[in-house]
Design a protein around this ligand. Structure first.
Ligand code: ZN
Length: 131
């Protein structure tokens, strides 16, 4: 696949790292394949599909950011990235609690893994995310 200018520009802008979590997206093939161009201001919020509105992000951060609109918290691009990073950090904390729930559940006898209305649900069984 040929090198694309926008990707090269974004790798340069971000030093090859996700602008939110700073994961090195050029460290190896898995990291490279998780690289995405996030619309800093989501298209749903009127963000333009322009290079200026795109930032290099890993797929996890891009997914966790969803349709979070940083313009409510900031007007300058760097401050918008900071606002989005803070939002993503809170989303990561929620996922960390979910992960801990799964790990705890797997430590219990199989009988305790029977689904209940209050147990942790599988990601596929959760309500559709609002992106
Ligand atoms: Zn990231």
């Amino acid at each position: 696949m040929p090198i694309e200018k926008i990707w090269l520009d974004k790798y340069r802008d971000a030093g090859g790292c996700c602008v939110y979590c700073r994961r090195d997206l050029l460290a190896d093939e898995d990291a490279y394949m998780s690289g995405e161009l996030d619309h800093l201001i989501p298209r749903e919020a009127g963000g333009p599909d322009t290079p200026e509105n795109k930032v290099l992000a890993c797929s996890v951060c891009n997914n966790l950011k969803g349709t979070f609109n940083p313009t409510a918290n900031a007007l300058v691009k760097t401050a918008m990235i900071d606002a989005a990073r803070e939002f993503i950090s809170k989303q990561r904390a929620t996922k960390a609690r979910d992960l801990a729930g799964y790990k705890d559940a797997l430590k219990r006898p199989n009988k305790a893994l029977e689904p209940t209305t209050t147990s942790v649900t599988s990601p596929a069984a959760q309500e559709p995310r609002q992106l």
